[in-house]
Write a protein that binds this ligand. Structure first.
Ligand code: CP
Ligand code: NVA
Length: 338
């Protein structure tokens, strides 16, 4: 059977046109997302996020049906990682391959960066070889510096400030579970870190109610809280910051936490002590709705930020959540590189 790919990545197989551009959400979003980078959660409009979620759900169905979908044949992704990764790296790699493209892993230590080649020079070179770059840097400023030399889309695969594709995937998981996002209530308990920032901005823009409970010294960045409140006001959601876990979780649909010590951070005994009361326990979960789910971006430390009984209990959807990374990464790759 002869298979060809048209200008929109539509697959023409055996005379039958099988096109991702016929999927309505993809058709609407493709012209605006093509060639775009995602560096923070502020880069995408609400309509664009909706389109990514819809496209991810559609791609998930294609995969479940065993329907091949090699719409990115001939395209390649570079994956530049300064820190370890299980989910982000492999979701990009597997996703790119399922879409018919190719992904190359570029460990930061294997590049001439180690000999002082600059980040913009590196980005400029790589842009001549690949169609998109997923990059994980510790410092957000390094990612911005790298972006300065890039002429292909760059995807933030985590910095200390944001983890936007995690948040997009988590919206997909919530949408899949609850049938929509607007009006849902998500509580985040713990360190006001990169994952917290991204969830807060993405949830607010989606018209959700977001409450975060953190110790005062580890609250999310107030400028981002302010921005999230503006987004929530436009979308009909809300953002509450408190230091009381039970205030944050009462009556919510989902409770989320993350590690108390993020990648590249030095061990901080004071932080450990301050965050200890922010562990998600069974009794804290009991204050959420009976139908509430427990979420974590993973990797998790059982019995540190979450009680093992919660992490492995019936309300936990952490592995479903990790699985959904694949579908969201694919949607993002398809709509930006397709
Ligand atoms: N949640 C997440 O980004 O996991 P990895 O660090 O394994 O990519
Ligand atoms: N906050 C965590 C998330 C890991 C996916 C970190 O930055 O290490």
């Amino acid at each position: 059977m002869q298979t060809t790919i048209d200008g929109y990545g539509a697959m023409v197989a055996g005379g039958q046109v099988y096109s991702w551009i016929d999927e309505p959400s993809a058709r609407a979003a493709a012209p605006v997302l093509r060639g775009r980078s995602v560096i923070s959660d502020l880069d995408l409009s609400r309509a664009e996020v909706d389109a990514l979620v819809e496209t991810a759900l559609w791609l998930k169905t294609q995969r479940e049906r065993g329907q091949p979908h090699p719409f990115l044949a001939g395209k390649s992704l570079g994956m530049l990682f300064q820190h370890p990764s299980t989910r982000t790296r492999n979701a990009f790699q597997a996703g790119m391959e399922q879409l018919g493209g190719h992904a190359t892993f570029l460990g930061a230590r294997d590049l001439q960066l180690t000999r002082g080649e600059t980040l913009p020079d590196t980005a400029q070179i790589l842009s001549r070889y690949v169609d998109g770059i997923a990059a994980r840097f510790g410092a957000h400023d390094e990612l911005i510096e790298f972006m300065g030399g890039a002429s292909v889309p760059v995807f933030n695969a985590l910095t200390e400030r944001f983890h936007p594709i995690e948040a997009l995937s988590d919206l997909l998981t919530l949408h899949d579970r609850f049938g929509g996002l607007k009006g849902l209530h998500l509580a985040y308990v713990g360190d006001g870190n990169n994952v917290c920032h991204s969830l807060m901005l993405s949830a607010a823009a989606a018209g959700m109610h977001f409450s975060v409970a953190s110790p005062k010294a580890f609250e999310p960045d107030p400028t981002l809280v302010e921005r999230a409140r503006e987004l929530a006001a436009q979308a009909g959601g809300s953002v509450v910051v408190t230091s009381e876990p039970s205030r944050a979780v009462t009556g919510v649909d989902a409770v989320y936490t993350d590690v108390h010590e993020s990648l590249g951070q030095p061990d901080d005994p004071q932080k450990r002590v301050a965050l200890a009361p922010y562990k998600v326990t069974s009794s804290l979960m009991a204050e959420a709705r009976p139908t509430a789910v427990f979420m974590h971006c993973l990797p998790m430390q059982r019995d540190v930020e979450v009680e093992a009984a919660v992490a492995d209990g019936s309300q936990s959807i952490v592995f479903e959540q990790a699985g959904n990374r694949l579908h969201m990464h694919k949607a993002l790759l398809l709509l930006t590189l397709g």
